[in-house]
Design a protein around this ligand. Structure first.
Ligand SMILES: [Zn+2]
Ligand SMILES: [Zn+2]
Length: 335
């Protein structure tokens, strides 16, 4: 049977000859494909992930998504791909089948738009690139255990973000006598981390920027997010304007203190603590263990585990032991 279109050739499948069938192929091939390459290690970022070594299988997968065959009955097969990074192009061999019959084969050349950008691994190794510093400090100006806690949290947080966003990375962590400095590849990560830390601890944030240089005619700033965490323990004593207070409650937004002269409770906000001059009289606190003898009707009979002295506190509990604050002869329940 002859082809119904040209009337000259024998039909292969259906009612068209191979040439006429090939002329109906509607293929969308993009002019270019964007990739990012690290100038230091030659890793390539395709989509949102970085690849080392043989990138051809990755690129083949990627162009399989951008070369589209619009004929629903036909099948497109990318049989091989050659990537030439030096000349910024790739060649793909395309085979189009109708059922089991190859009806067209052609090579297409797609230009590569290559952006040079240092990869997260190289950034981390050199420790040179960062957009912001998260400075973690304490109220007592000492690197107490809270610094280690926050550092671990920050590292985990950035590592989990890195998978989905390669611009999130820690370029270096520098331990200081007063705390720790965490250098971050992405400015917004320092802001995100600061907010989370502020929700976790009674703390204070100060942001400052410094000129880091010029890029394409505009000024580049580096940001320092300096967070100060209240690290004193319950029962610690702080002093301001010759007035002493005992810390009886620590929460992310407020701390509760007690004036030992009148035994009155006061609430301090962040500004009261971090924007005023305080002297630390006792940073260790004096939380004491008490054994609960009985509890009910809103109060408990407790016994000092060292002196065996008994007291009554306004607190109902099912615990067998309580950690309480002692101020002179008064036993204070933490707020
Ligand atoms: Zn024909
Ligand atoms: Zn690299």
């Amino acid at each position: 049977m002859l082809c119904i279109l040209c009337g000259k050739e024998e039909v292969t499948e259906g009612r068209l000859c191979k040439n006429c069938m090939a002329s109906t192929i509607d293929l969308s091939v993009p002019d270019f494909m964007e990739i990012t390459q690290c100038p230091k290690c030659a890793s390539v970022m395709i989509g949102k992930s970085w690849y080392r070594g043989d990138i051809v299988p990755r690129i083949t997968k990627s162009i399989g998504k951008i070369i589209v065959l619009n004929n629903p009955g036909f099948r497109l097969d990318i049989s091989w791909v050659g990537v030439d990074l030096d000349n910024a192009n790739l060649t793909a061999n395309l085979k189009i089948f109708n059922g089991g019959t190859l009806i067209k084969e052609e090579n297409v050349v797609i230009k590569l738009k290559i952006t040079k950008n240092s990869c997260p691994t190289c950034n981390r190794v050199s420790g040179s690139y960062y957009e912001s510093i998260l400075q973690v400090r304490t109220f007592s100006h000492e690197a107490t255990e809270v610094i280690g806690e926050v550092e671990q949290f920050a590292v985990k947080f950035i590592e989990s973000a890195e998978g989905s966003n390669p611009t999130s990375f820690i370029s270096k962590v520098v331990s200081q006598r007063e705390g720790v400095d965490i250098y971050l590849g992405k400015r917004s990560d320092a802001l995100k981390l600061s907010k989370i830390i502020m929700d976790m601890y009674f703390s204070n944030l100060k942001v400052s920027k410094s000129l880091a240089g010029m890029k394409e005619g505009s000024e580049i700033y580096r940001y320092t997010y300096s967070i100060r965490i209240f690290n004193l323990k319950l029962g610690s004593i702080i002093e301001s304007k010759s007035q002493k207070f005992v810390i009886i409650g620590i929460h992310p937004q407020t701390i509760y203190v007690l004036d030992p002269r009148d035994m009155k409770k006061r609430v301090l906000k962040r500004a009261d603590v971090f924007d005023q001059d305080w002297r630390i009289v006792d940073a260790l606190g004096n939380l004491k263990k008490f054994i609960v003898l009985s509890s009910g009707h809103g109060e408990s009979e407790i016994m000092d585990s060292v002196t065996f002295k008994t007291h009554t506190v306004k607190l109902e509990t099912e615990e067998k032991e309580l950690d309480l604050i002692q101020v002179d002869n008064n036993i204070i329940v933490p707020q």
